[in-house]
Design a protein around this ligand. Structure first.
Ligand SMILES: Cc1ncc(COP(=O)(O)O)c(C=O)c1O
Length: 396
């Protein structure tokens, strides 16, 4: 454990990175997570909603423990996520699952861990409520609070790979299919999630208004609605807009309202600290090879986006093509300008990479995974996990 003094974001991570012996390392700044959760706690206080953390964004135990004390529950999408969610949150909060991937051989275990299941399709609901309840679980399903995921069929996400409401969607029951069903016996809630990385709450308002218009009578019979994740709160205006949407819902219907952000809680808390391990010129460009790879930040490759770097300066006098250390030719982060010259051993820190990166990271080329370190609020660095040859060998 090494101590660093508490300073604001980039400065804190820069100071911390100097104390880290081995790179690459994912560093999670606990104070950023606590700050994001404090904003959500205000939303809860002012609107009466319940806050869940969608653990698919980052599932490390150390983070979950910090978050568990400050939320009402965890939202999950698989058996293993259920298991870790319950293990960490115990009886301090609820565990909520929705997935298109329910399967017979896991369902019996899943129901032991979760409190709420939002079934993804009518066929999934009919199958598990009928067949499984009768043949396998007896009364077990009664302990569950069951809901249905609906597809509001309003798209805000341009890239259809990330749009839950895309054509031929597999996520949720389209509202018109629900309108024809008179009795949703044993269904106590509705779940929706149709956005990604948005700070525009008019989109959530539009979705909620649409659902209320088409499913108002159904909502009158429900206990709860889960509005999903996909939004950031960057300022007070957005916070108030979100509170207003929830309050309006609660004023109209007698509903518990859940929200389940993931990236909005951990995204800006995570940085990847790497080091330069080689430098040379290629076709007139200075290339700096890092000890990390796009496979440690897979969304960089998936989305073809350029991650931000703490030390970059668009006016800086030195430009480098930053490249990853795997043999994939496209393992490149992009061209960056720096104020200072880079040399072997220089630290390069990618920021805002706390969500959906480490959970998707892989060991392509046999390159070890980054260590995971938590930068505690008091400045202490706590090593959570280092990976070794044994992890690589034991993976398959
Ligand atoms: C059903 C559901 N809820 C919540 C989330 C969390 O979204 P985000 O991390 O963008 O807030 C996701 C992300 O894919 C999701 O699929």
């Amino acid at each position: 454990m090494i101590s660093v003094s508490k300073k604001v974001d980039s400065e804190r991570i820069l100071i911390a990175s100097d104390k880290i012996n081995q790179t690459p390392a994912f560093v999670y700044d606990e104070s950023v997570i606590i700050d994001r959760l404090a904003a959500l706690s205000e939303v809860k206080k002012n609107s009466g909603c319940q806050i869940l953390y969608s653990i698919k964004a980052a599932t490390m135990r150390g983070l979950l423990e910090t978050i568990a004390n400050r939320v009402d529950g965890f939202s999950v999408s698989s058996l293993f996520e259920c298991q870790i969610a319950r293990e960490i949150i115990g009886d301090r909060g609820t565990v909520h699952l929705t997935t298109p991937g329910l399967r017979d051989d896991e369902f019996g275990s899943i129901v032991e861990y979760v409190d709420y299941i939002s079934f993804n399709s009518l066929s999934q609901w009919q199958y598990y409520q009928g067949h499984i309840q009768k043949d396998i679980l007896g009364d077990e399903i009664q302990k569950l609070n069951c809901g249905l995921r609906i597809n509001p069929e309003i798209s805000f996400v341009k890239d259809e790979r990330y749009d839950p409401c895309r054509k031929y969607s597999k996520l949720g029951v389209p509202i018109p299919e629900l309108e024809n069903i008179k009795h949703l016996e044993n269904i106590q809630g509705l779940h929706l999630h149709n956005n990604c990385e948005s700070s525009d709450y008019t989109e959530l308002k539009q979705t909620v208004d649409h659902v209320c218009l088409l499913l108002g009578q159904t909502l009158e019979r429900m206990q709860w609605i889960n509005l999903g994740g996909g939004y950031f709160i960057d300022n007070e205006k957005q916070q108030h807009e979100l509170e207003q949407i929830i309050q309006d819902l609660k004023d109209t219907y007698t509903l518990d309202v859940f929200i389940e952000p993931g990236k909005g809680i951990v995204g800006s808390a995570g940085s990847l600290v790497s080091s330069v391990i080689d430098m040379f010129e290629s076709d007139g460009k200075q290339v700096a090879i890092l000890d990390t790879t796009v496979n440690h930040l897979p969304e960089v490759f998936e989305y073809q986006y350029k991650p931000e770097i703490v030390q970059e300066n668009s006016e800086g006098g030195y430009e480098y093509r930053l490249a990853g250390c795997s043999c994939l030719s496209g393992d490149m982060f992009g061209d960056y300008r720096f104020e200072q010259v880079l040399s072997i051993g220089s630290r390069v820190i990618f920021k805002n990479v706390g969500a959906y990166m480490f959970v998707k990271a892989n060991t392509f080329n046999g390159i070890n995974l980054p260590a995971v370190i938590i930068l505690k609020s008091d400045g202490v660095l706590v090593l959570q996990k280092e990976f070794s040859y044994a992890d690589f060998r034991g993976k398959y």
